[in-house]
Design a protein around this ligand. Structure first.
Ligand code: GDP
Length: 414
């Protein structure tokens, strides 16, 4: 494999950080669940008098923890792609997935969002919002025709479930969302509410031949008013065809300045220095072509890559490296921080309840002990009384019997 063109498998992938964190936090919640179940068993076994009232029961926590575990297993890293139609959003996603999954070059005939996510089955399938029935997609042609034949509401979501074993990024829990061209139906508020609030990274696929459009800028203004400091990458795509060699450096510098200014001064999501690390001059088309040939071990046809292409392939791989590190860190922070906070709260509630249960049962035990001791003293006294009493009665009976006997013998003698 040539260096600098991205690798199908990266042993040191930063995405693993997310996967490991997810596994670890999942294990912790499983332990908490076991603890709750034990506490629940304990509570049902304590004697009636020590039982806690409803609000001090631990039963409700079991459902809560199971809920968190369920959300946790569905948690993933989400990247959303924006830009004008034909800037190369689909091609970029395909290049990153090293596979022609999304149809490109047809524009979105429907104004819908396409989400690519991993599945465990051997064949890919589609899921649309209007039905639970998966629709088969054997090939990219079928997908394109499926997209043009399914009738969909505007701004609806089509989920493309693609076999995880075919793409590393899907295996590593990244979900890709392709949006309709921002120039087509910019109902930006709906877009943000429905699709972007759980996004970890946004990639603006810009056209290296023109400057950023106001709609593109507006979209990110709106996003950053809803999400605090969203992670935004800007790909200046089509760098292979954009400018002549003589102008290249100058045009690049202009794009850099404008984009840095947009990210740091206008949006204030990163500082100037960091903004520079968020802008990449690439050709997604070249990246896709060369990767497909690389993976199939076939030579890339001459003419499909333009002059100086290694530089652009390198830039694309660099973008991916920064992207992977950024998305993984951001997802761990935003998604797992919430879970771990909830876990901590549950644990401190549980501790309080169990401490109360313990102290109630301790008080009850001491009271019982005291009662038992008092009862024992009383019994002792009664015992003695009884002994005295019985001996008194015995004497009385003896006298009575003797008296009766005397009286009887007296009567007989008479
Ligand atoms: P989308 O509408 O933003 O998803 O754009 P597509 O990915 O469908 O790309 C539109 C057209 O531009 C397709 O014919 C692509 O092959 C082409 N294209 C995409 N990226 C590049 C690039 O970097 N260089 C060149 N020359 N063409 C590109």
């Amino acid at each position: 494999r040539s260096l600098g063109n991205g690798h199908a498998s990266r042993p040191q992938s930063p995405l693993k950080f997310f996967i490991q964190a997810k596994k670890r936090i999942n294990d912790v919640f499983k332990e908490i669940l076991e603890y709750v179940q034990e506490a629940e068993k304990f509570q049902t076994e304590v004697p009636e008098g020590c039982k806690q009232e409803e609000e001090l029961s631990v039963t409700k926590y079991e459902g809560k923890i199971q809920g968190i575990i369920e959300v946790l297993t569905r948690d993933h890293m989400k990247v959303v792609f924006f830009g004008r139609t034909s800037n190369g959003k689909s091609t970029t996603i395909n290049a990153m997935l090293r596979s022609k999954i999304l149809p490109s070059g047809i524009g979105h005939t429907t104004n819908c969002f396409l989400q690519v996510e991993g599945c465990d089955s051997a064949e890919g399938f589609l899921l649309t919002e209007d039905s639970d029935q998966p629709k088969g997609i054997g090939s990219i042609k079928q997908l394109a025709s499926a997209l043009s034949t399914v009738k969909l509401k505007e701004n609806s979501l089509i989920r493309i479930l693609w076999p995880k074993d075919k793409c590393r990024l899907l295996r590593e829990d990244v979900v890709f969302l392709d949006s309709p061209g921002i120039d087509v139906s910019p109902d930006l508020d709906t877009w943000i509410d429905n699709f972007c609030l759980d996004a970890d990274v946004f990639v603006l696929v810009a056209n290296a031949e023109s400057t950023l459009m106001q709609t593109e800028k507006n979209f990110f203004h709106k996003v950053s008013s809803r999400l605090s400091k969203p992670n935004i990458f800007i790909l200046q795509n089509r760098w292979d065809v954009s400018v002549s060699e003589e102008e290249a450096d100058q045009v690049k510098e202009q794009h850099y300045q404008r984009n840095v200014d947009f990210l740091s001064n206008e949006l204030k999501v990163v500082d100037k220095q960091e903004a520079k690390n968020r802008i990449f001059f690439v050709s997604s088309k070249e990246a896709l072509i060369s990767r497909l040939h690389e993976d199939n071990l076939t030579p890339t046809p001459s003419g499909s890559l333009q002059k100086d292409y290694p530089e652009r392939l390198f830039a694309f791989a660099n973008f991916e490296k920064s992207f992977e590190s950024c998305i993984s860190k951001s997802a761990v922070k935003t998604k797992f921080e919430q879970h771990s906070q909830r876990g901590k709260n549950i644990m401190s509630d549980l501790r309080e309840i169990m401490e109360k249960t313990l102290s109630t049962s301790q008080t009850q035990m001491t009271e019982k002990q005291k009662f038992r001791e008092e009862a024992a003293d009383e019994l002792d006294y009664l015992d003695k009384q009884l002994i005295l009493l019985t001996s008194e009665i015995k004497d009385k009976i003896k006298y009575m019997v003797e008296d009766v006997e005397n009286k009887v013998s007296y009567a007989l003698n008479e």
